[in-house]
Ligand binder design. Structure first.
Ligand code: FMN
Length: 150
């Protein structure tokens, strides 16, 4: 059975919601999923799964989640060759050029690991509650599953 781990960073709940939507969609498609808050787990947990996902918020003009800094540093040191990764996060378009910068930074960190980008990164404005948001997250999950099956 394909295994996935979804790691979220969230203060006000939007990225936890993104993680829940992604996790549920994966489960509905037969993937075994473990979902955890970023400060409660280790980046090395990704070594035990096929699909590695992070859903981070962005703060203070492009800053990564404070509580996720250790995870972010450790992630870049891993060898995740043969695994598939995806990043989907909520930010706020109000922040202009800093919109969802953490999503781009986690994508760059994953690239250091040798993992394969299984889906285009998804950026959600605030709560993931529009039909468009849900469709893009569904597409994200489908692409990750297809990539993991290759
Ligand atoms: N969103 C961005 O996209 N870029 C930012 O630089 C950014 N800075 C923020 C700074 C502050 C002080 C606050 C309160 C929010 C900021 N945001 C920024 C918006 C949050 O990322 C957005 O509200 C997100 O949905 C929060 O996720 P959460 O509900 O999972 O905590």
């Amino acid at each position: 059975m394909t295994k996935a781990k979804v790691v979220f960073a969230s203060i006000t709940g939007n990225n936890e919601d993104v993680a829940d939507i992604v996790s549920e969609a994966l489960e509905n498609k037969g993937v075994e999923v473990d979902t955890e808050e970023i400060s409660q787990c280790d980046a090395s947990d990704f070594e035990d799964v096929d699909i590695c996902i992070v859903t981070p918020y962005t703060y203070d003009e492009g800053a990564l989640p404070d509580e996720g800094m250790d995870f972010f540093e450790d992630l870049q040191e891993l060898d995740l060759t043969g695994k598939v990764f995806g990043v989907a996060g909520s930010g706020d378009t109000f922040y202009g050029e800093y919109y969802c910068v953490a999503v781009d930074q986690f994508e760059e960190a994953f690239k250091q690991t040798g993992a394969t980008k299984g889906a285009a990164s998804v950026k959600i404005n605030l709560a993931p509650d529009t039909a468009e948001d849900l469709a893009s997250l569904e597409k994200f999950v489908d692409a990750l599953i297809a990539s993991a099956a290759k």
